[in-house]
Design a protein around this ligand. Structure first.
Ligand SMILES: [Fe+2]
Ligand SMILES: [Fe+2]
Length: 186
């Protein structure tokens, strides 16, 4: 009987561990859905991306309020910016720019993609640089400037052109495909 108990306990522990793992996997999609919800609820893909642009710049506003002593705050906001931009770029590169290429907008898609490369470089520079470095906020401002130019081009030129080139159904399909990609990194 004692032997049975000894055998049963590790089994129960294994089952409990498995249940914990299952719960973890279930919690993850729920959290991802919550992160992607603001984008999904917008409905229109271009409006959703413009809202993400705004959300990104709002975090830069918070960065601007930090002094070189606030290294923890700078690290936290940088992490937020990297998460928002990472998900945003994944949606654009994998779906929006890919659709632009399908429609013959090759040079435009290439140009936007190169902008993303520069943004990733500046994010890396900010990650590696000590957060109390005198050049840190200057570099963050350079990044913000680059982003604002890129965002304005997307919102005022590239996105309206792509929207106009697609049927209502194609625009709806684009939004669906974009949200699917966004969920992966949400
Ligand atoms: Fe972009
Ligand atoms: Fe964008």
């Amino acid at each position: 009987m004692a032997d049975l108990d000894r055998d049963a306990n590790p089994l129960m522990m294994l089952l409990a561990g498995g249940a914990g793992l299952m719960l973890g996997l279930l919690a993850n999609p729920a959290r991802k859905l919550a992160v992607q919800a603001p984008t999904m609820l917008k409905g229109e893909w271009d409006e959703a991306l413009a809202a993400e642009h705004k959300a990104t710049l709002a975090v830069f506003d918070l960065l601007e309020k930090t002094s070189s002593d606030d290294t923890a705050r700078r690290s936290f906001h940088l992490m937020q910016i990297k998460h928002i931009i990472g998900k945003h770029a994944f949606q654009e590169e994998n779906v929006v720019y890919a659709t632009m290429r399908q429609r013959g907008l090759l040079e435009q898609a290439q140009h936007l993609n190169e902008d993303h490369g520069v943004v990733k470089q500046l994010l890396f520079d900010l990650t590696m640089m000590p957060k109390d470095d005198a050049r840190w906020l200057e570099t963050a401002r350079t990044l913000r400037g680059n982003l604002e130019t890129h965002m304005a081009e997307e919102e005022n030129d590239h996105f309206p052109k792509l929207r106009a080139a697609l049927s209502a159904q194609e625009n709806a399909e684009l939004a669906k495909a974009m949200n699917k990609e966004g969920l992966k990194l949400a």
